[in-house]
Design a protein around this ligand. Structure first.
Ligand SMILES: *Cc1c(COP(=O)(O)O)cnc(C)c1O
Length: 352
């Protein structure tokens, strides 16, 4: 087999959801954010597993993302759409029974005229200046919004993964003020906010990255393993180079394995160079082997000189080198590593 495999551990996914759920009071509903194809892991399968574990409300970014999910989840489970009700979204919202998080007066107008009896939420901007109604707009629209089928009011924190950032308390105060007296459920927190403590939990929390094993949920179990088959192994003499640009030169007689994945699979070219002094390894039965030379589109070269036997496959993402480790090496965040993984992997699901 010369296609790399991405293995998703549903037991770990569900354990992460339960662990996040346990951080808030029993009265707080823990939902799941499965936008961007479930952070790259396959939204229909992820949603189905989480539904079986008890999740009854899911969030996507765009209405189209609900298409593969609606039939995969339990009857009656809700799908909420962060981008709200945009032009052209009406059919999907009606046919898939979606709950748009309305972000503006224009969206409220659109929803109320196109689908007058369908539920909706409202997204409030508590300071991030990205999505949602600001305090003045909300003050104008609140009464009207509340007299329809309002299901949820929500906002989003800009700095929740930095617990000491003063923005957290500022947004909390703003959200409390904007939602004082509201009778429908209120929601402020994603993964980072859950970890800030109960002041931030309100009625419903919306974890994404923590479910999938990423920072800032440090206790998370790793969910993803990426295994790369070895296509070829060769001897390289001292002084010979490997890969594009002759970027790596053997300092000793070496055995080099060429494995099947590259930057087209989300293993960014920059990780081959390493950042911040960190260097990239792959793991052969748990033994670290350094990646040498540049990452190509479909191939990576690995120094396996010190292994007792030639491996059939190596792992680049596992419990030893997590999404956050790869993110550090690439100078990015775990979210971007996961959502970059791409379509070429064979996706396997275990547990659940
Ligand atoms: C992506 C997103 C989430 C989930 O955030 P994580 O940091 O992945 O937990 C929650 N709410 C909104 C509005 C989002 O855009």
């Amino acid at each position: 087999m010369t296609v790399s495999t991405l293995t998703i551990d549903f037991d770990a996914l569900i354990a992460n959801w339960r662990a996040l759920n346990a951080k808030s009071a029993a009265s707080v509903e823990t939902t799941a954010v499965i936008k961007a194809d479930g952070y790259g892991l396959g939204s229909a399968n992820v949603a189905k597993a989480l539904c079986q574990a008890g999740v009854r409300r899911f969030f996507v970014a765009a209405a189209e993302e609900a298409v593969p999910i609606r039939d995969a989840i339990c009857d009656g489970a809700e799908i909420c759409v962060f981008s709200g009700h945009g032009a052209g979204d009406t059919d999907l919202i009606r046919d898939l029974d979606l709950i748009p998080m309305l972000n503006s007066t224009a969206q409220l107008d659109r929803h109320r005229s196109a689908l007058p009896h369908r539920g909706y939420g409202v997204q409030l901007d508590s300071g991030m200046n990205r999505l949602g109604m600001e305090p003045a707009e909300w003050a104008e629209q609140r009464q009207r919004a509340e007299c329809g089928d309002l299901r949820l009011v929500m906002s989003h924190l800009a700095c929740a993964d930095e617990p000491d950032h003063p923005m957290n308390a500022q947004q909390l105060a703003c959200f409390k003020e904007m939602t004082a007296g509201v009778t429908v459920p209120r929601a402020l927190s994603a993964t980072g906010g859950i970890l800030l403590g109960s002041d931030y939990h309100f009625d419903l929390v919306r974890p994404g990255i923590g479910l999938y094993g990423g920072f800032p949920f440090e206790e998370a179990q790793p969910v993803v393993t990426v295994s790369l088959p070895v296509i070829q192994v060769r001897d390289v003499a001292t002084g010979e180079s490997v890969g594009y640009g002759n970027n790596w030169i053997a300092k000793r007689p070496s055995r080099i394995a060429t494995v099947a994945a590259g930057y087209a699979d989300g293993l960014h070219r920059v990780i081959g160079n390493g950042l911040n002094g960190a260097s990239l390894n792959v793991y052969a039965d748990g033994v670290a082997c350094p990646v040498v030379g540049r990452v190509s589109m479909d191939l990576i070269t690995v120094d396996v000189t010190d292994l007792a036997a030639e491996p059939e496959a190596v792992e680049i993402l596992n419990a030893q080198q997590t999404v956050d480790d790869l993110a550090d090496i690439a100078g990015t965040i775990g979210y971007e590593i996961l959502t970059s993984l791409g379509r070429r992997y064979g996706r396997h699901y275990i547990g659940g």
